[in-house]
Each structure stands twice: as C-alpha cells, then as structure tokens.
Ligand binder design. Structure first.
Ligand SMILES: Cc1cc2nc3c(=O)[nH]c(=O)nc-3n(C[C@H](O)[C@H](O)[C@H](O)COP(=O)(O)OP(=O)(O)OC[C@H]3O[C@@H](n4cnc5c(N)ncnc54)[C@H](O)[C@@H]3O)c2cc1C
Length: 451
C-alpha cells in the first residue's frame, strides 16, 4: 500500500469515479508528452479517507445513459459513454442500452432529446403514440403492461456498469500509469499559499503534502471540502426573468432510494432470451400497492430497473427523497447502507415492487422477494441540480457532479486537459459563474432532479 509523500505535483482528493478517472487520464496525457509519472518524476497522488470506491461510486446502481433534456448534459454524456466503450472489460461495463418510457406530459421534451441525439450521432429509436409504444415494448418484453405511456426513447448505446468492479478497474489502470493511491488518509484542512489566494499544501491525518494543483472529487462530502476552501455557503442566482435571487444555499442533500428484488436475474430476459436494456419509466397513471391494492400515488412518478448479477437480482430505484435540513447539519458518515438515517424504508419497498408489477406482469405478487437489507445513500446537490466543474482558489479544481456522476467517467479526461492548460468546450456550461450570470440549464418535466 502507498504511503503519503510530503510533496506531489497533483493531489487528487477522493478515490471515486472522478478522482480516479482524472488521475488516470492525467497520467496518460503526461506520459504522451514524454513526462515520467510517479515517485521518480511528476507525482500524482490520490488520497482517500477510507478506500477506493468508499463513496457514492461504490454503491451506485451504475446506470449509463445519454437521456437528458439539457443539451449540454447530453453532449457531455455522449463523450462519457465513449470512454465506457473504450475498455468495457476493465470498467465492467455492460452495453445493453437504455430506455426512457414516458407519459404525454414528457412526450414533446423527450422528442427534442431524440432529435438532438440524431444531430450528435447518438444512436436511438423514438416511438410515439400509446398503441405503438405498447407494441414496441411488448415486442421486447411480452408481459409489458405499463399504462399512460405515449413515447419510448430507446438508446442503443449506454447500459450499466458494476460499481466496485469499475472502480477497481479504474484504479488498476491509474496505478499502471504511475498514479499513487493512498487509502485511509483524510484531508482535514488546506494550507493557503503565501499570497493567500491559492493552496500550498493539504493537511491530512497522516501529515502535510505540498502540491501545485489539487483536484477535489469527494462526491457527497463536497460541503466539508467547500468549507475548508472558504468558499461561499450561499450564492446569488440570476433567474430566467433576470431577477437576482440572493442567499440561495450552495449545497443541499437528497436521499437516493434503491433496492433489489431477490430473484434470479434471468427472470428478466427479453422475448429473444437476451439481457434487456435498462428500463426507466415515468408515468402519471395512478400506482396501487401490489401487496394490498391501496393507492400509493396519483401524481407523476417514476422508477428504473435492470437485471444485475452483481447485485443478485433485479436492481433499481425510484425518485430521491429530500433531506430537509441545511447541508452543515447533514451527517454524511457513516455513508451509504451503513448510515443510521439515510437508508430506504418499507414505503420505498412497497412503491418500487408495485411499480415493477405495474410495468410487467412477471413482477406481480413478487414483493415478498424484495431484499430487506439497508440500501441507498445520500447525494449532495447544487442549487440547480447540475454539476459544477471549475477552478477555485487559483489551483483547486472542483468536480462536483450533483449526483449525476457514476456515468460521467469521461469528465476526468476533460478535466485532465484543463489541468494541463487547455479549455474543453464540453465543460463550459458547468462553470460556477453560470449562477451569477443566469446561464441556467433548461428544466425538464421529469419527476427526477437529474433528467
Ligand atoms: C444510491 C446511489 C445510486 C446512484 N446511481 C447512479 C447511477 O446509476 N448512475 C449514475 O450516473 N450516478 C449514480 N449515482 C451518483 C453517483 O454515484 C455519484 O454522482 C458519483 O459516484 C460521485 O463520484 P465522486 O467521485 O464525485 O465521489 P464518490 O464516489 O462519493 O467518492 C468520493 C470519495 O472521497 C473520499 N473522501 C471524502 N472526503 C474526503 C476527505 N476529506 N479526505 C479524503 N478522502 C475523502 C470518500 O471516502 C470517497 O471514497 C448514484 C448515487 C447513489 C448514492
């Protein structure tokens, strides 16, 4: 295991998807310029307070898709999918495709996604109308029965990856390129440079490490690093109407609701005996409990699911729940399924298994197979729920993905270019200045904050 050196050119905080991907891509790009990476040359050191994949990346459902209403997100995701496709074995990536199945209220917006996917060469099929949507779905899965569906967007690329296997794959590739990964060391503070504007060193539980550049990829812990960097806790956002909205909290948390139906993953094969695409359904049809018939909701709701051998069943989730308290009052640790507060409840299990039965007959009466184990985890969101990728305090690059990010394996590639002095157009729409300048992303009708 690596120990913490006293100096490195690049210190990356967090061994999740963004920290590892940035470190790996940076090492490859430096090597391509003839620079020796490692203890006898330019050092890139990734520090994680626990271990590789100990954060959101290690528990993520792992869905990889392009389906976003915001053009900038779609273009970025297209790049990210190419990175997944570049080494599916190392990243444990399954390119089964992805389906967005929607009600009329989302029809027009999903239609624009399809048009723009065509424009950027991202292969997909768009089916419109209730009868044709039902026919298309039954052609794939004979027992399809979801109601109030008037469009199906079938992305032929994308799919899912196995969370920890992907992180270890990334870590292996990063180490092979000369990156040092130090686990069990926590960053506790930042030491300002002489001018006071930049950061000269990072203070950790294993001592101080001086560095030229810092990359922050700490997922749900971003609020604590933000505090160490002395960045603003509230911001001003220029609204679409041109009005300035002051005092908006920079960070808020939501609890992601996911679980597993403990059946053989082969239970969910297509009519042709193949593994199906990842399925995401939103609908405004009332949802009744598959257990006792009571009404669960008559508002717009959604779910996603896939057969997954790694989780050992049908795995997926539903809309996240708000965490109703200021970011500073949220206890992020212990994280994920170990959290005493932020794991899913019986209400989620009833809703999600009923939603499965709503979509496909084979899931009717299967609620008893729901695996009763702690699952889910919190995510830290920006004010508009879209990522911030930007430089702060002169030499600190923050990758704060607002919980969109397991699929964003390609962001590290772009960030690495920016660390080496370039500017990547795909990252421009995600700068922090967009809030003050009112360059906001369009908002979709989806019930999810990340569509
Ligand atoms: C339940 C769940 C399901 C999800 N499903 C999907 C999905 O299907 N598709 C998708 O695209 N996204 C999904 N997401 C979102 C995605 O997982 C995250 O956006 C992404 O993994 C964040 O990656 P990261 O590298 O920024 O942070 P993380 O993966 O959270 O890694 C951060 C690391 O930083 C370390 N760290 C934190 N603070 C410090 C410190 N002070 N010092 C040293 N180390 C520190 C942590 O130990 C951790 O290992 C899901 C999220 C959750 C919670």
């Amino acid at each position: 295991m690596s120990t913490l050196p006293s100096q490195a050119k690049y210190v990356v905080i967090g061994a999740g998807v963004h920290g590892l991907s940035t470190a790996m891509h940076l090492a490859h790009k430096l090597a391509a310029r003839g620079v020796t990476v490692g203890a006898h040359g330019t050092r890139i050191v990734v520090i994680d307070k626990t271990a590789i994949g100990a954060g959101a990346s290690g528990i993520a459902c792992g869905v990889v898709r392009n389906n976003y209403y915001q053009p900038a997100m779609r273009e970025l995701m297209s790049h990210c999918v190419s990175v997944w496709e570049s080494d599916p074995a190392a990243y444990s990536y399954h390119p089964v495709g992805y389906m967005q199945i929607s009600p009329e209220v989302m029809h027009a917006q999903v239609g624009t996604i399809y048009e723009q996917q065509k424009a950027i060469g991202y292969e997909s099929v768009f089916v419109e109308g209730e009868a044709d949507s039902m026919r298309y779905m039954k052609g794939l899965l004979h027992d399809w029965q979801a109601r109030n569906i008037t469009s199906v967007l079938h992305e032929k690329r994308g799919g899912y990856a196995n969370n920890m296997a992907s992180m270890h794959g990334l870590a292996r590739k990063a180490r092979a390129a000369g990156v040092e990964i130090v686990e069990g060391v926590e960053v506790k503070d930042m030491k300002p440079s002489q001018s006071g504007r930049g950061i000269a060193a990072v203070e950790t539980t294993s001592g101080t490490i001086a560095c030229d550049e810092i990359v922050v990829g700490v997922g749900p812990w971003i609020n604590s690093i933000w505090t160490m960097l002395d960045l603003p806790k509230t911001i001003t956002i220029k609204g679409r109407d041109g009005k300035l909205n002051h005092g908006i909290p920079m960070w808020h948390y939501m609890a992601l609701q996911e679980g597993t139906l403990g059946v053989d993953p082969n239970f969910q094969k297509t009519n042709d005996g193949a593994m199906p695409p990842v399925i995401h359904v939103d609908t405004d049809a009332p949802l009744h409990s598959d257990r006792d018939g009571t009404l669960i909701t008559d508002k717009l709701w959604g779910l996603y699911y896939k057969p997954d051998f790694h989780f050992g069943g049908i795995q997926g989730g539903a809309m996240p729940a708000a965490v109703d308290r200021p970011a500073d009052a949220v206890r992020v640790d212990p994280y994920g399924p170990k959290s005493p507060e932020f794991v899913v409840t019986d209400n989620f299990a009833d809703m999600w298994t009923s939603a499965l039965a709503f979509c496909q007959k084979r899931f009717e009466g299967q609620h008893g197979a729901y695996r009763k184990e702690p699952s889910g985890g919190i995510g830290c969101f920006t004010p508009d729920s879209f990522p911030v990728f930007d430089r702060f305090r002169e030499n600190v690059y923050v990758i704060a993905d607002s919980n969109h990010g397991f699929k964003m394996i390609g962001v590290g590639d772009l960030v690495a270019d920016e660390l080496l002095g370039g500017r990547r157009a795909l990252l421009e729409p995600f700068r922090f200045s967009r809030y003050a300048e009112g360059r906001l992303h369009p908002v979709s009708n989806s019930p999810f904050p990340w569509s």
